[in-house]
Write a protein that binds this ligand. Structure first.
Ligand SMILES: Cc1cc2nc3c(=O)[nH]c(=O)nc-3n(C[C@H](O)[C@H](O)[C@H](O)COP(=O)(O)OP(=O)(O)OC[C@H]3O[C@@H](n4cnc5c(N)ncnc54)[C@H](O)[C@@H]3O)c2cc1C
Length: 478
């Protein structure tokens, strides 16, 4: 039977789900389908269970999810909502003998600096005042080239802040896989303001629950999701997309296609560069991928309720730079204990821990995998060694941890590549701070959504999915 859809969406990442929800909510008569190669929705907003322990597989906090936040409101306007818990403090830093909490309040931040680094208080206060001024002037419509052109690190240096404080604010560079030279003073001021005024949130029952709910909502509004369904080709004839070919050879026809799948794979593997101008495909080819990394998933039979839900061990302003130079060091680690934000995630056996750090994609010749990325015994041995080193580092904060491990798994850059089909296993799609493509491709009825066009982060991916769908709907109506 010749099946024809109004819209095919490739990928049930948060960008694809948002596009689907928008289309079906605005026009329930539409026949849309989301094709997802994995067995679950969410892409990098997902999680999994092992022996009853729940683990988030990617994102660990989402901005803009306060009830007045623009992203949450946009979803609520469509009738979708989910319960969110504010993460406060946003992160806690274990720096040698000091413990510094990155609270979501200007006053509490100043108190933390006064407690840990009293000689820094004055400079820090001036720094926060400067951040507030940047935000205020932006709201007044002023252009601020002195801050858009100043790097975050120069901005922090201007106020004489020490390396430990700089390391805490480096968190915001990590959100983009950027170096402290690449994030601007302007960006930093707006992120700090966003965190203090709005906050960063964790979905009740974990990231997978949020994506599952979005997928269910889409289906309840008449959309279809097909899992374990990989798009092999996007069919283009006479400059127009006709539909897609699945990896089992099935052809699905559509009037419009939105790709939430990896940008380079969409352009080069699914469509084929012959369907684009040389200028277009060369620009896509030149795009740098964002950073990838490793994640350790631990299930432990011990009580971790006294630890912060989000903390960082060690310092590392140069982590991203080193990774770009193909170096991999375990001198810094971000650790998350989700049950300490949402107690419903506590397993009767104990607690889940997720710990991660950036790492190069092609370290040790692609992690000593075989020519077709087969997992060799050397690959497995590296994983074991790295996991044990990470546990040893976490033990500097949680003594005795290694004796309580019930589940131990390590995801490498190759794991991310396999589960999301993202080029180089990049955590945030193409690197944010470069000219990303428009969501409209040169092929009139083929569009892009998600971090392909929005850069890093869940909120921009949601916004992009909604905007792309809105445009497609408007074009359809014309
Ligand atoms: C470890 C980690 C931590 C992060 N932390 C945060 C955080 O705390 N806060 C935050 O805001 N952001 C965070 N991010 C980034 C954020 O998760 C992503 O930017 C965002 O989720 C991207 O969403 P997306 O929909 O654009 O793409 P993706 O999540 O990559 O989804 C793409 C989907 O397309 C599917 N797909 C690919 N190819 C095909 C095909 N050929 N056929 C069918 N389906 C296909 C994939 O399986 C996937 O489901 C983190 C990311 C990682 C990896």
């Amino acid at each position: 039977m010749d099946v024809k859809y109004d819209v095919i969406i490739i990928g049930a990442g948060i960008g694809g789900l948002s596009a689907g929800i928008y289309l079906q909510c605005k026009n329930p008569e539409l026949k849309t389908i989301i094709l997802e190669q994995h067995s679950i929705p969410g892409g990098y907003v997902s999680g999994f269970k092992r022996k009853g322990f729940y683990f988030d597989a990617g994102a660990e906090g989402i901005m803009g999810m306060e009830e007045s936040g623009s992203i949450r409101k946009s979803l609520m306007d469509l009738g979708f909502d989910h319960e969110f818990i504010r993460i406060d403090p946003l992160d806690v830093y274990y720096h040698d003998d000091k413990i510094f909490a990155l609270y979501n309040s200007y006053e509490k931040l100043i108190e933390e600096v006064e407690k840990n680094y009293p000689d820094q208080k004055e400079g820090f206060q001036s720094f926060l005042e400067a951040c507030k001024t940047i935000v205020k002037k932006t709201k007044e419509g002023k252009k601020l080239p002195e801050y858009t052109e100043m790097s975050m690190i120069k901005f922090l240096d201007k106020y004489g802040l020490n390396d430990s404080i700089k390391d805490c604010f480096n968190l915001f560079c990590f959100w983009y896989g950027a170096t402290p030279d690449e994030l601007s003073a302007y960006y930093l001021a707006h992120i700090i303001d966003g965190v203090v005024q709005g906050g960063v949130f964790y979905p009740k029952e974990g990231m997978q629950a949020f994506s599952d709910k979005m997928a269910d909502f889409y289906a309840a509004h008449g959309g279809t999701i097909s899992y374990n369904t990989k798009v092999q080709k996007i069919i283009v004839e006479e400059g127009k997309v006709k539909g897609v070919i699945l990896d089992n050879g099935t052809i699905l026809n559509a009037n419009w296609v939105i790709s939430n799948a990896d940008l380079k794979r969409t352009v080069f593997d699914c469509v084929g560069k012959e369907h684009f101008s040389k200028d277009y495909w060369e620009a896509i080819q030149r795009l740098k991928q964002s950073t990838t990394g490793i994640i350790l998933f631990l299930g432990v039979d011990m009580d971790l309720s006294k630890y912060p839900s989000h903390f960082q061990i060690g310092q590392g302003l140069d982590v991203v730079e080193r990774v770009r130079n193909n170096e991999f060091q375990l001198n810094k680690l971000a650790v998350r204990i989700p049950a300490n934000i949402d107690p419903s995630l506590k397993n009767k056996e104990g607690y889940s821990i997720v710990a991660f750090i950036f790492a190069p994609y092609n370290w040790k010749n692609y992690w000593q995998a075989g020519p077709n990325k087969e997992r060799t015994s050397e690959y497995k041995q590296y994983k074991e060694e790295i996991a044990n080193k990470m546990i040893a580092l976490i033990e500097t904060v949680i003594p005795g941890l290694s004796k309580h491990v019930v589940v131990k798994e390590l995801g490498t850059p190759l794991t991310f590549e396999r589960y999301t089909l993202t080029t180089e296993g990049a955590w945030f799609g193409p690197f944010t701070f470069q000219k990303l493509p428009n969501f409209k491709t040169p092929i009139g009825n083929l569009f892009l959504a998600g971090s392909n066009v929005s850069g890093s982060g869940v909120p921009p991916a949601i916004r992009s999915g909604l905007n792309t769908a809105k445009y497609v709907l408007e074009k359809m109506d014309r």
